[in-house]
Design a protein around this ligand. Sequence first.
Ligand SMILES: [Zn+2]
Length: 701
Amino acid sequence: MRSAEPPLKQCLYTVINSFMKATLLCCGLALLACHLLAQSPTTAPAAHTSQSGLDLSAIDQTAGPCVDFYQYACGNWLKENPIPPDRATWGRFDELEERNLRQLRQIAEDSAAHQDRSAIDQKIGAFYASCMDEAGIEKRGLDPLRPGLERIAKIRSKPELTAGIAWLHQHGAEPFFAFHASPDPTKSTLYLMDLDQGGLGLPDRDYYLKTDEKSEEIRQKYLAHVARMFELTGVPEADAQHKAAAVLKLETALAELSLDNVSRRNPQRLFHKYKLDDTAKLTSSVELRTFFTLVGAPAFSELNVDVPAFFEGFDALIAATPLGELKDYLAWSYISANAELLTKAIVDENFNFYDKTLTGITQLPPRWKRCVEATDAQLGDALGQKFVEKTFGEEGKQRTLELVGQIERAMAADIDSLPWMSDETKRQALIKLKAVTNKVGYPNKWRDYSSVTVVNGDYFGNYGRAEDFEFKRQLAKIGKPVDRVEWDMTPPTVNAYYDPQQNNINFPAGILQPPFYSNQADWAVNEGGIGSVIGHELTHGFDDEGRQFDATGNLRDWWREKDAEAFQKREECFVNEYEAFSPVPGVHLNGELTLGENTADNGGLRLAYMALMNSLAMASRPSTKLDGYTTEQRFFLGFGQVWCQNSREEELRMAAQTDTHSPPRFRVNGTVSNMPQFSQAFGCKQGDPMFAEPPKACRVW
Ligand SMILES: [Zn+2]
């Protein structure tokens, strides 16, 4: 509950963090998702023993590439790489993250042992050491939680709720709703206050509303979890069960007021500018004007309200709920938000529900991993700075920019050649493409944490002060110009993203590594890996969501109506294709929810293929065989092998409901089966499952 999901950022991959539940809701949100990788641009990892850089041992020669390409590219890898007990998935992304965690552990431990060496060492070292101090945390018990619980107990009447909710938002919890500084949808150079639905303890609104057996079962387990958490804070059992029931009832009411996640993918549905004074018409139960003053927001007169109907329902909800139950809900949100900072019994119970039940992880990750991730989450630029100093050079940045340039040129040629788009819309699309800015590696300017007091032996306090620093930093942006050089992911993150409101693509140092990219790998394998990632992010500017923003990041329709219709018709093809995929028996993918990512996967691979063909033509290089594969085959294998991943059934179920990305198997098979170039490369025939049959094969870009 600690962080709001930024509704518009589109990233490559959804991070399943093993213990920080907020990350279950979003993709790679930098402040919480710390996914890092030991990086050494000049050394290829041991898996790359082939000439081409492909992992030949991963290939399942008994599978036919035209029957199930994913199985062919990854089958042996899947067999040889079971999921470790402390993870929900185990794939090539996870491998990099794991390596990286170990590297960051060394940095953190070194800082902890040399806190007097520099200001940065003091911050990182004391933070990490205070997290590792389990005995001290155990000794303090529930003490850190008491001031917050007392603050909630002091609420004597419903009019006092506003101040109580404000206090909680200032202290790491997010009851009832979410808010953050976000670029103004129609004036993307300025930050605007954005007020959004929120306040749920389960990953999505549908978890409260669906009536199937599995959903019922999860709700029962959630109820038991909430009750146990109350008990662990000293509430008698019977009372705890009453409180849990009140929490579930109230959250269900919030879920009913919430907009569903498919509708939320349409930015127009989230765009409602209000005068601050007029928010009183939405709800009088929570005085929003007073609320924003109390949390310390700078003065502002206008804001965006993502889902007005959500707030319009508050008055009836609060009138119908006894004050005691509202306070139970506030207490729950506070306890849950802080669970990972408390005693072992609370950490374990939190893990049992959010990880074991929801994602199938069987074992709590070792303390050091959780502490490295917490340090990255709270002091990411300090840790990231040390990481970059050790690992990432100017050379890697230059090579990546070169690759980005190639993919951008391919996209320009692709747009030019589209049969379904008018010249006028093409001209606009090319203007937008040209305006994309590229951020590679790490920020030019590091965040200064000197005002954050970090002391040994006070993990709860350290975490809270770092959180408070970030909370104030975000609030201070309201009304100020958008800082376009700021990053939303920490440098070692194994991920990438497109920001439609800034029209930029972002590739942290963490992903510029094998199997995505290697100096030693041949060009075809690199294009299939990092090339398709770059193409994926670029395509996001032109998917069903991204296309609604113009070159400057404003929400403005630049499409001719007929072109928009043609676009939508082509998108329907993807919706139907992916809707048919079933990751777990009885569960199907949501074609609308995953539409933007599927569009990006398909566009990305096509652009990378075009870039490969261009570079082959320019170098007058014919297609050559390496490791027994042609250039084209190596390209597709390079793409497929990036996505080798085992996933737990629970995780696949959750992802089908909440994740905008399709599971890896379908990211690969769904995409290649739309490309005639793939069929050609592997000699697939009509009737083969992977055969790309025009006009049945889907294509937008
Ligand atoms: Zn994406």
